[in-house]
Design a protein around this ligand. Structure first.
Ligand code: NAD
Length: 363
C-alpha cells in the first residue's frame, strides 16, 4: 500500500481536527506536528502520538520525507510565508483560507506550486458538506434547469465571531462569506463574477473590535445569475462555534432549499442550557465517524497527493474568491458597486482601505 509522511503546522482547533484525521488513517505512515505553543503541542502529541513534534516549522520544511503538509495557523498573516516556504521546499500543501492577505502573495503561491509541480489547495471545507455536494449534483444533472439565483445566509455565534474578528482586522465577508463565495462560484462554473455590491451593518461586534456584525453582498455573474450572500457573527451563544446557514437556489426548471441551520441536534442540560451540537462549520469527530466537512476534505487532499489526481479546490478559484471579497469590502466602504476583474484604480482603493483599517481609522 502507498503511504506518505504528513505534517500539520498549527495544531489549534482546525489543525487539531486535521491531525486527528491523519492519525486515524492507514495512508499516513508517519505524522509530524508543529505548533509554537508548547502546551498545545504537548496536548495534541499525547492524543495522536506523532513521529515528531516541533515548535519550529523549519523542522517540517527540512525533513525531505514529509511530502504532504497541512497549514492551519493563525493569525492569517502567516499563511503566505509558511505556505511559500513549504512550496519552495517541494511539499504538497493544503492551506486554510484565506489563501493570503494580498493578491500578489496568492499569485506567488500559485506560481510556486505550478513551477514545482506540486498539489496546492485551500481549505474550503463546505464543498465537502453533503448538502452542498447535492446542490452541485442537481445543477450539473440539469434538474434545476438554468440557474437564476442563489441566496446564502450564514450566521455564526458571537463567541466564535469574537475569536475570529479579534485576531485580525478582517471583515465578515473575508472570514465567513468567503466559504459561500467559494462554493457558489463552484456551483455556477464556468460563470464568472463581474459585479459586486456589499453593505455592512454595525451592532454587537462594533464595541468589541470595530467590525460589522453582518455584511450582505450581491454578486452578478457574467451569465446574468444573481447571487446574494449574507455573512455575520452576532448570534447569541447557544453552542461554542455554532453556525447556522440557509440556502435557496432557483432555476428555470426547479428550486432547491437547503436548511443547514443545525437545529436538528438539540441538547438541553441543567448546567449549560440549550445547545445545538455538531453544528460547527468544520465539524468534529464523533467516536468512529466524522460529522462535517474537514475530515473528508483532509482525506481528499491526502488521496489526491498519493494518486496524483486533481484537487477539489484549485488555488486559482481561491484567488477569484479573494478578488471578490476584496471588492465587497471596497464596495461597502465606498457605498457603490465594484466591477470585476479589479482595475488598477480598485486595486489601489483596496490597498488604501486596508491601510486605513490597519491604522484603526475606520472604527
Ligand atoms: N474550514 C473551516 O471551516 C474553518 C473554520 C475555522 C477556521 N478556519 C481557518 O483555519 C485556520 C486556523 O483556525 P483555528 O480556529 O484553528 O485557529 P487557532 O488559533 O485555534 O489555531 C492556530 C494555531 O496555529 C499556531 N501557530 C501560529 N503561528 C504558528 C507558527 N509559525 N508555526 C506553528 N504554529 C503556529 C497557534 O499557536 C495555534 O495553536 C484559520 O486560518 C481559519 O481561517 C477554517
Amino acid at each position: 500500500m502507498k503511504t506518505v509522511e504528513a505534517g500539520v503546522i498549527g495544531v489549534g482547533w482546525i489543525g487539531g481536527l486535521r491531525a486527528e484525521t491523519l492519525a486515524r488513517t492507514a495512508l499516513v505512515d508517519k505524522l509530524h506536528l508543529c505548533d509554537i505553543k508548547p502546551d498545545r503541542l504537548a496536548e495534541v502529541s499525547r492524543l495522536y502520538d506523532p513521529a515528531s513534534a516541533t515548535l519550529d516549522y523549519q523542522d517540517i520544511i527540512k525533513n525531505d520525507k514529509i511530502r504532504v503538509v497541512y497549514i492551519s495557523t493563525t493569525p492569517e498573516a502567516n499563511h503566505y510565508p509558511i505556505a511559500r516556504d513549504c512550496l519552495k521546499a517541494g511539499k504538497n500543501v493544503m492551506l486554510e483560507k484565506p489563501i493570503a492577505l494580498e493578491l500578489w502573495e496568492a499569485d506567488e503561491l500559485i506560481q510556486l506550486s505550478k513551477r514545482n509541480n506540486l498539489k496546492f489547495t485551500i481549505g474550503y471545507s463546505q464543498r465537502f458538506n453533503p448538502k452542498i455536494a447535492y446542490a452541485k449534483k442537481k445543477i450539473v444533472d440539469g434538474t434545476l434547469g438554468k440557474v437564476v439565483s442563489v441566496l446564502v445566509s450564514r450566521h455564526l455565534s458571537r463567541d466564535l465571531g469574537k475569536k475570529i474578528a479579534s485576531r485580525v482586522r478582517l471583515s465578515p465577508v473575508v472570514m465567513e462569506s468567503t466559504h459561500d463565495l467559494d462554493f457558489v462560484f463552484w456551483l455556477l462554473e464556468p460563470a464568472k463574477p463581474v459585479r459586486v455590491y456589499s453593505q455592512g451593518a454595525y451592532g454587537y461586534m462594533k464595541e468589541v473590535n470595530g467590525s460589522h456584525d453582518i455584511m450582505f453582498t450581491t454578486v452578478t455573474m457574467d451569465n446574468g445569475v444573481v447571487v446574494m450572500i449574507g455573512g455575520g457573527w452576532n448570534f447569541p451563544p447557544s453552542y461554542p462555534n455554532y453556525c447556522s446557514t440557509w440556502i435557496e437556489i432557483t432555476g428555470t426548471e426547479g428550486a432547491l432549499t437547503l436548511d443547514d441551520t443545525q437545529r436538528d441536534n438539540w441538547l438541553n442540560t441543567a448546567k449549560r442550557g440549550q445547545e445545538f451540537t455538531m453544528s460547527t462549520m468544520p465539524g468534529e469527530w464523533v467516536d468512529h465517524v466524522y460529522a462535517g466537512g474537514i475530515g473528508p476534505e483532509t482525506m481528499h487532499f491526502l488521496e489526491a497527493c498519493i494518486r496524483d489526481t486533481n484537487v477539489m479546490v484549485t488555488p486559482e478559484s481561491a484567488r477569484r474568491v479573494m478578488e471578490t471579497y476584496s471588492a465587497a469590502d471596497l464596495s461597502a466602504d465606498r457605498n457603490q458597486p465594484i466591477d470585476l476583474p479589479l482595475t488598477n484604480e480598485t486595486i489601489s482603493g483596496i490597498a488604501e482601505l486596508k491601510q486605513k483599517n490597519r491604522a484603526g481609522l475606520n472604527v
